[in-house]
Design a protein around this ligand. Structure first.
Ligand code: SF4
Length: 386
């Protein structure tokens, strides 16, 4: 089901900047949105505090050129470090960035911030300097890789995602191969990619198009590579503990989704990663007076979600695994019924940051005890294999 994303919920967008001065030859934004404009710093901070008071745990700072933010006194780095001080806010993200505006002060924030998520969405568009020049992108691949290396040196867990335009007029096979090689080198974990589509009024609007058959084939090739990167990223989570923000109910109110640190909104690829498909027997145990472990014994990575007949009356737990698990013989999900007495259990999980340990044989989710304090014994008694 589609995830609801109501304003004031766990994750909120906050626009800080609009417009663009870059004039990439394929893009209408500078014509439709006008020049870069940054909203006043204090106004944004007030809004961030208001969102926090109303339940927001994750703020996603938005702008067409978000990292060009500059209100005359403050830059994006200042904004992130100031929002970081709001105790209710657990996570900060920003999108969309331009490589040219990835300044040293912003890179340094990755050293100093506890709440800035380790996913850098930094559109590169092509892996070929020739094509980047034709696009008027104002950066080279060498420059992009320097940014990549600086960030990786700060924190090896930082991952990149990007946008790619395939079949831009003038893209030859060798240029395309540069793009493919860049995708392999950077290992982008989650990217948008599409065949060039001319926009009226832009410089690229009237250029000679590459044959559609060629562009489509190239797109398929890079999407396969991006998919491989994603699989290997997901598989690398095995045996690791990841933080998951219990984020939202699905539209029908029957499931809770959590989001790991990596997927950028608006992606709804999110995940309580666990795995079962042998007999999974959930068990609760206290590890301290502030933590409860729900553990599953099972052999693969999967997604765990909580089902309920309404937001406040959960009726079952459903566990299933995402598409990246290749074995088609594995059933796609398994459910356990909950006793009708288990009410108001899962709604409090929304907004909690949950530690999920992804292990092939013994998967544990650690909930803050206040989220499950009233339901531990009820749940333990009421799991019934479907
Ligand atoms: Fe500006 Fe981005 Fe459009 Fe380029 S692609 S003109 S940087 S909004």
């Amino acid at each position: 089901s589609k995830i609801k994303n109501e304003a004031g919920k766990v994750s909120s967008f906050l626009t800080i900047q609009e417009g663009c001065d870059k004039f990439c030859h394929f893009c209408v934004v500078p014509y439709t949105r006008g020049p870069e404009y940054s909203r006043p710093f204090n106004q944004i901070l007030d809004e961030a505090k208001y969102l926090a008071e109303n339940g927001t745990k994750e703020i996603v700072l938005l702008g067409q050129n978000v990292n060009a933010y500059n209100d005359g006194n403050y830059k994006l780095s200042d904004l992130i470090l100031e929002i970081e001080k709001i105790s209710e806010i657990k996570r900060i993200r920003y999108t969309t960035s331009h490589p040219k505006d990835m300044t040293e002060d912003l890179i340094d924030v990755y050293k100093n911030s506890e709440k800035l998520m380790p996913l850098v969405h930094l559109p590169v568009q092509s892996g070929s300097d020739k094509v980047l020049d034709l696009m008027n992108r104002k950066h080279t691949i060498d420059y992009y890789l320097k940014l990549f290396n600086k960030l990786k040196n700060i924190n090896t867990d930082i991952e990149f995602s990007s946008d790619f335009i395939i079949g831009y007029p003038g893209e030859e096979e060798i240029d395309f191969n540069h793009t493919l090689n860049l995708i392999k080198e950077v290992k982008f974990i989650n990217s948008y990619s599409y065949v060039f589509n001319p926009r009226p009024g832009t410089v690229a609007a009237n250029l000679d198009l590459i044959e559609n058959k060629i562009s489509s084939k190239r797109l398929e090739t890079i999407q396969n590579q991006l998919y491989e990167n994603q699989i290997s990223m997901n598989q690398s989570l095995k045996n690791k503990i990841i933080n998951v923000l219990a984020q939202n109910l699905t539209e029908d109110g029957t499931k809770i989704f959590g989001r790991s640190e990596y997927p950028p909104p608006p992606s709804d690829m999110c995940i309580f990663c666990i795995e079962p498909f042998s007999a999974v027997s959930p068990k609760f145990s206290n590890v301290s007076n502030s933590k409860t472990i729900l553990s599953f014994v099972s052999p693969l990575i999967i997604v765990v979600c909580v089902s309920s007949c309404s937001k406040s009356k959960p009726s079952s737990v459903t566990i299933w695994w995402p598409a990246f698990v290749d074995d088609e013989s594995v059933p796609s999900k398994r459910s356990w019924s909950l006793s009708p007495a288990c009410t108001n259990i899962f709604a409090p999980l929304l907004g909690a940051v949950v530690n999920v340990s992804v292990a092939p044989l013994n998967v544990k989710i650690v909930f803050p005890i206040e989220s499950v304090v009233c339901c531990k014994s009820l749940l333990t008694k009421s799991f019934i294999s479907a």
